[in-house]
Write a protein of this length. Sequence first.
Length: 424
Amino acid sequence: MRVLHVIPSFPPARQYGGPSVAADGLTRTLAKMGHEVTVFTTNVDGDNILDVPIACPVNREGVQVWYFPVEHPRWYSFSRPLARAIRDSVPDFDIAHIHMLFLWPTTVASFWCRKSRVPYIIRTAGLLDPACIRKMYERKTNSVSSRLKKSFYLATLGRIELGRASAIHFTSETEMREAILPKVQTRGLVVPLGVEPFKDANADWKLLQEKFPGLGDRKILLFMSRLDPKKGIIFVMQAAAKLLKQRDDFVIAVAGQGSRGYESELRRLRAKLGIEQQIVFTGTVTGQMKQSLLQRADLFVLPSYHENFGVAAVEAMAAGVPIIISNRVNIHAEVTRAGAGLVVDLDSNKLADAIAILLNDDAKRRSMGQRGRSLVESNFTWERVAAMTISMYETVIAKSDYNEHALSTRSHVSSHGRSKRQVQ
């Protein structure tokens, strides 16, 4: 099968968190299964530009990734070269998988898929969650602006893009049930995301201590996520201040980065709460350092205002780390059923109580960690998820209004030099 993925940013970009990481894992696994997988994206990475080849294929473990230059307005991921490439290349694919909403790549990709009669799926990436649309965790001006812009989009472009899609891809039943959709008849399909298997490594604790001496020999609570108001990091810091009144045997490793302004705001809050010794900002961790930190962590915490899935929480479970998440992380029901962690309301007092319960019970932490690892191995490996994704593609193609096109063998070589498909 020949599959085109369209996404505003893609690794090595790091500023946009889960959606691009998930797309990377999915596309590489699909390629390993023998499918021809192409990614069209831009070279944007937050305030930065990726140092990658432009408008030519970059091979990432069998995936042909094309980076196109982002133009103004950057926040919209606008790129005319990307649009031209999609226009010229879409007819060569069996299906397009479009990731994200509200941005230029989704609009232009869905338009040319419709024009070329190629079935397409849109992954909403949690952007239709009521909390995301309203952004009540942001300043009032940002919240009102977000609500107005997204409501306008859903009533206009979004109604067409989602309404004419062959399917809408949700990553959990909760995400699909709570999504704010325009009046469309498009069917929703649920396929979760996956994570790479955790490889037990010889954790170099000495190296971690040398790089982050503030960790000391205390119990480690790991917050590993993009630093953004929606992630609920403020609840974690407030909980730390409450816990510090009774104990000081813990430290919170904040592994992630965000905008310079928000990071500065968090550092000021750390000083205001008097928890300088309890919060260590490590920045983004990758590779062996990430593996070692996960292996050394006693707990993982993610009290987000909304998460359509929660990749970081699943990565922690894969490493056998018990987790504490909010009831707005959409895999909370699965975590509760598996007994892999604790689920709390968006409340710093309840978060502090949950942390104390697990810090005081080594056996409970070990048991939850084992159950979490079993949950991931049975439900959230990339191999399992990729197989479900192919099944989703086959269902969509078979039922598509563009079925005749999708099932035909196309030997046309596009302007980007792709050859006749090898896998039917």
